[in-house]
Design a binder for this molecule. Structure first.
Ligand SMILES: *Cc1c(COP(=O)(O)O)cnc(C)c1O
Length: 420
């Protein structure tokens, strides 16, 4: 169906028939902007402004410290975790929203290595496997942890998803993967990859940064061990909003992480000098949370409650199919290379095209109000957020891209900004 769309009017018809179209009205999007970067920073739910007003004026301003109890600030990481849980196939009391993805990776990885260290084969199980192409902070956190532990842990970087099956073996302590690759948009088969790694005795840690809120995830069905992810991307929690962490319930009792702050203590207000971990998922907590930022996450999650991930996935694939088809037909001969898999089973919710002048072209697009982003080397990324992206946005973005390419209306050696 999507293949035969070749006019803006046809895109308008797709929008008119889109059951999710009304949800867009719940976001504050600036006029004249085609926003294709919700995979990096989600748009603002309109409700977030009222929530911010309430948390700042009433809860902080008026109720002051009483809000830890009265407004439920102390329970917020767990309460919002329960709200997020259904989006990733998790249950109640299995998710907390806290800290950053990088820090949660550190905690989960450290706990997983410690669990493996208590196994009889621990002396030979010293490898953390991940992809060379993983988002760098994931690799950096593993490197930092391995170096700091100084117990002979090594990081093995695999060069392609196909290489995983041969790279994971009896020496693998943890397989740490990102579900959807941040650059290519490649999607792993979570269930198959997890099962294959666990068959070798490895624990599997999933980073859901680019998949949570973008497509259906079922951590229980996949029998995953640990997961982390961002709330400021597809979840629309706001810039720097705290991340989430999930631990399979079968590991709760054994789970120990080294950032053993008082929020993970069994009875923090008894002020005991010895750390005693609390039960369950709260073990993943460390210390006081940025409440104003954390509170914003709820406005994003509330919108998901009005739809379901299957409906979002259907629209997401229609949007990315349309974008690929239109770029390939309308920008034919313009030296663009599709980086993202065509196979639905291997595609997330963003599409990347490489071009020798990708950075300059993306700057030119942004100058025209089409906001995507750029990742080295040469990759232009376009994120499609089914909650608010319209089919006409896809059309308009491709038309801007076509004009820029046809007119060579971009700087060949555009100076890169600090954030690309
Ligand atoms: C966005 C992203 C992060 C971001 O980590 P922060 O700690 O929030 O800066 C980490 N990992 C992956 C895979 C990401 O896509």
């Amino acid at each position: 169906m999507i293949k035969h769309i070749n006019t803006r009017a046809a895109c308008e018809t797709l929008d008119a028939n889109d059951p999710l179209a009304p949800l867009r009205a719940q976001f504050a999007l600036p006029p004249g902007v085609v926003y294709l970067d919700g995979n990096s920073l989600g748009a603002r739910p309109k409700a977030a402004l009222q929530r911010a007003q309430k948390v700042i004026e009433e809860e902080w301003g008026n109720d002051l410290i009483r809000s830890w109890n009265k407004a439920g600030w102390f329970d917020l990481p767990a309460r919002l975790g329960n709200k997020l849980a259904p989006l990733i196939g998790a249950g109640d009391n299995e998710v907390v929203i806290t800290d950053s993805t990088s820090i949660n990776l550190f905690k989960m990885l450290a706990a997983a290595l410690q669990m493996q260290a208590s196994q009889p084969d621990s002396a030979t199980r010293k490898v953390i496997v991940t992809e060379r192409d993983n988002f760098p902070t994931d690799i950096y956190m593993a490197q930092g942890l391995a170096e700091w532990l100084d117990r002979g842990y090594r990081i093995r970087l695999v060069d392609s998803p196909q290489e995983l099956s041969s790279a994971v073996n009896a020496e693998t302590a943890v397989l740490m993967l990102t579900h959807v690759n941040y650059r290519s948009g490649h999607l792993h088969d979570m269930q198959a990859v997890t099962a294959a790694a666990q068959a070798h005795g490895a624990l599997v840690l999933w980073d859901l940064a680019h998949s949570a809120g973008a497509l259906p995830i079922d951590l229980h069905a996949a029998n995953a061990d640990f997961a982390v992810g961002c709330t400021y991307k597809y979840m629309n929690g706001g810039p720097g909003a705290p991340a989430f962490a999930w631990i399979a319930p079968r590991h709760h009792a054994q789970f120990r992480q080294p950032l053993s702050g008082w929020w993970g203590h069994r009875a923090p207000f008894t002020m005991q000098p010895d750390f005693a971990p609390t039960d369950g998922i709260r073990r993943a907590l460390c210390g006081t949370q940025p409440i104003v930022s954390l509170a914003m996450v709820e406005s994003g999650l509330d919108i998901f409650a009005q739809t379901d991930m299957q409906a979002l996935r259907t629209k997401s694939l229609a949007l990315t199919d349309l974008f690929i088809a239109l770029v390939e037909s309308r920008c034919a001969g313009q030296q663009l290379t599709l980086v993202t898999p065509r196979d639905h089973a291997q595609r997330g919710s963003h599409v990347s095209f490489a071009h020798a002048h990708g950075y300059g072209i993306m700057r030119a697009l942004i100058a025209r109000g089409v906001i995507g982003d750029y990742r080295e080397p040469q990759v232009m990324r376009f994120g499609f957020t089914p909650l608010y992206t319209r089919f006409i946005d896809v059309w308009d973005a491709v038309e801007s891209l076509r004009q820029i390419l046809v007119d060579t209306d971009y700087e060949i050696s555009a100076q890169q900004e600090a954030v690309t």
